[in-house]
Each structure stands twice: as structure tokens, then as C-alpha cells.
Write a protein that binds this ligand. Structure first.
Ligand SMILES: [Zn+2]
Length: 112
């Protein structure tokens, strides 16, 4: 498990996820990776359709997180993370996951 990272343009500072070859704002080809540790889980849902490769697995939860830089990321949603709440973003097994933050963080953060 590692911290979630996004690409940040070395020229204009705009962030992108997934990574891009060319910055759509300034045309630069230079990028650096920066951690994007948190965001707001906008919604979460269960995928009830059985996948042929894994009939025995529990239905996975997936959702959409809007990160603190405004990037939209489709994630796996860990137990305890609820729609509207701030979440911690991590990468593991090739995917991005939303974990619940401490219950004292409240709901919604600064997002409208
Ligand atoms: Zn740029």
C-alpha cells in the first residue's frame, strides 16, 4: 500500500490523473509526481454483477472521489467510507482505494 500520487505539470502546476503526455493547459511535456492524499467520496455503490473470473468474491464497492485538487478518480471503496465523507486515497494491487478518515473529520469537507 502506497500513497496515491498524481502528475503535476512542471511548467504551470496543473494536476492530472491519469497521467498525460502533454499538459492540456500549457503544452509542457515535463511532469512530476506529487502525493494527493485525500478527497471527498461523492458516491459509492456495490457492483452486484458477478465477474466470470471470480464468482465467489463479495460484491466490490466502487465510487467517485473528487480530490483536493479537483481531480475525479474512480476508486475501490473500503468498508466504513461513506458517500459525502472525506477519505484517504491509497494505491494497492494496481488500484486506487478510498479509506475512511477518523470519524471526527465530519462530512463533506470544503466541497460544495
Ligand atoms: Zn502545464
Amino acid at each position: 500500500m502506497t500513497a496515491f500520487e498524481v502528475s503535476v505539470c512542471a511548467s504551470c502546476g496543473r494536476a492530472a490523473f491519469p497521467p498525460r503526455l502533454v499538459c492540456r493547459h500549457c503544452g509542457s511535456l515535463a511532469w512530476r509526481a506529487e502525493p494527493e492524499p485525500e478527497g471527498v467520496l461523492r458516491y459509492a455503490t456495490l457492483v452486484r454483477r458477478k465477474l466470470a473470473a471470480n464468482q465467489e468474491a463479495a460484491p466490490p464497492r466502487v465510487g467517485l472521489v473528487v480530490t483536493d485538487r479537483g481531480l475525479r478518480v474512480v476508486v475501490g471503496v473500503d468498508e466504513g467510507a461513506e458517500s459525502g465523507a472525506r477519505v484517504r486515497l491509497t494505491e494497492r494491487g494496481g488500484g486506487v482505494y478510498a479509506e475512511p478518515l477518523a470519524a471526527t473529520d465530519g462530512r463533506g469537507g470544503t466541497e460544495a
